[in-house]
Design a protein around this ligand. Structure first.
Ligand code: GTP
Ligand code: MG
Length: 367
């Protein structure tokens, strides 16, 4: 495969060669300045610097991405969509309608497996939906730098209008700078006032296209199915404009959507693959956890051997339960285990530091 000299990597990352050599040593690789290291290792080294040096990763990451993801390697991927809005405005109903099946009754019948994310196919185009329970997960993901949503559907009930959590959602959308459409829901009801909702939203600089603004408003009803096709077509249109692509020919990277401890299967996590191809048997690092991918299950509950960009899969084989929003990276076994150990040690050291500080405070308090 491709490789780069330690000297050149250091220059690209704005580090001294000694710093790179030291990191490599921590990973169990003895390297000289002239040594060629492969790109898998480069990625790990960068992520180590990124993790330790606050958010300094962006520039490095950009440079590395340019090296790894050349124009020829990038392939179209499906858009990743999150539905947000005020309580009871119909987020779940809308997703259920889109899915053409009721999650609740499906689960009762033991048919649908709920994995926190799923895909639908519209006119031959696939869309990935994230079923985030409330805004907390979205915030956690953003706080961890995982901006995985390509597009948000902001649901506003046309009989209720802008409410506190609508405003919260708007703030999230703006902070993340992510494209969005407004779905005016519950249009089947007879006490709706869509004009009033549009008026209310202009106060937040959200102006409909028909009023000279740049936001799409789509009247829908999760109950009757009105406007759903239109909504999906608009979603695909926006996706097309953004030319969403990813490189499937590399070690996988992704984000944890949710994790839990399952009685029978141990730690389980739904991971959304963002780059590369994930395969059973791959090793992953994720925060202070590692994983040897034992099984992968798609949103329909079918076993799969490979997962591609924009595909959500439920994974078993974790050392512990990973948290929502944590980054997942495939690497070789040795690196996975060593990085996990390094991170665990670092965590321990930090906790010790914190504890010793507390006890010192206590000591002074007693004086
Ligand atoms: P939370 O998850 O609690 O924030 O709510 P939600 O936004 O997911 O709303 P949900 O889909 O649970 O819908 C709330 C209520 O509104 C339910 O009783 C739905 O049946 C009803 N509802 C949702 N969409 C529509 C619609 O298009 N028309 C009508 N008439 N009722 C709707
Ligand atoms: Mg809901």
């Amino acid at each position: 495969g491709e490789s780069i000299q330690v000297r050149d990597l250091a220059e690209k990352m704005g580090k001294t060669p000694a710093e790179i050599v030291k990191k490599l040593m921590e990973l169990g690789t003895m390297a000289t300045i002239n040594q060629e290291i492969d790109f898998d290792t480069v990625e790990i080294v960068a992520s180590l610097f990124g993790v330790d040096v606050e958010r300094e990763i962006s520039e490095e990451e950009k440079i590395l991405e340019e090296i790894i993801d050349t124009e020829e390697t990038l392939q179209p991927r499906s858009p990743i969509v999150t539905v947000m809005g005020h309580v009871d405005h119909g987020k779940t109903s809308l997703l259920d309608r889109i899915r053409q099946a009721d999650v609740a009754s499906g689960e009762a019948g033991g048919i649908t497996q709920h994995i926190g994310a799923y895909q639908v196919t519209v006119n031959g185009n696939r869309i990935t939906f994230i079923d985030t329970p409330g805004h907390a997960a979205f915030t956690a993901m953003r706080a961890r730098g995982a901006n995985l949503t390509d597009l948000v559907i902001l649901v506003v009930a046309a009989d209720d209008g802008v409410m506190p959590q609508t405003v919260e959602a708007i703030n999230h959308i703006k902070a993340a700078d992510v494209p969005f459409v407004v779905a005016l829901n519950k249009m089947d009801k007879n006490d709706v006032n869509p004009d009033k909702v549009m008026q209310q939203l202009t106060e937040y600089n959200i102006v409909p296209e028909e009023w000279g603004g740049d936001t799409m408003f789509i009247p829908v009803s999760a109950k009757t199915g009105l406007g759903i096709e239109d909504l999906l077509e608009r979603v695909l249109l926006i996706a097309e404009i953004h030319d969403l692509r990813a490189n499937p020919h590399r070690l996988a990277e992704g984000v944890v959507i949710e994790g839990e401890l399952d009685k029978g299967r141990g730690a389980v996590a739904t991971v959304l693959v963002q780059k590369g191809t994930l395969r059973t048997g791959d090793y992953l690092i994720c925060g202070t956890n590692w994983c040897k991918v034992r099984t992968m299950t798609d949103y329909r509950g079918r076993r799969v051997e490979e997962a591609y960009p924009s595909m959500p899969v439920e994974i078993t084989g974790w050392s512990d339960v990973p948290e929502a929003g944590e980054k997942v990276q495939a690497c070789d076994e040795k690196i996975a285990k060593e990085i996990t150990n390094l991170r665990l040690n670092e965590k321990k050291l930090e906790e010790q530091k914190k504890n010793s500080r507390i006890s010192l405070d206590d000591f002074f308090k007693q004086m």
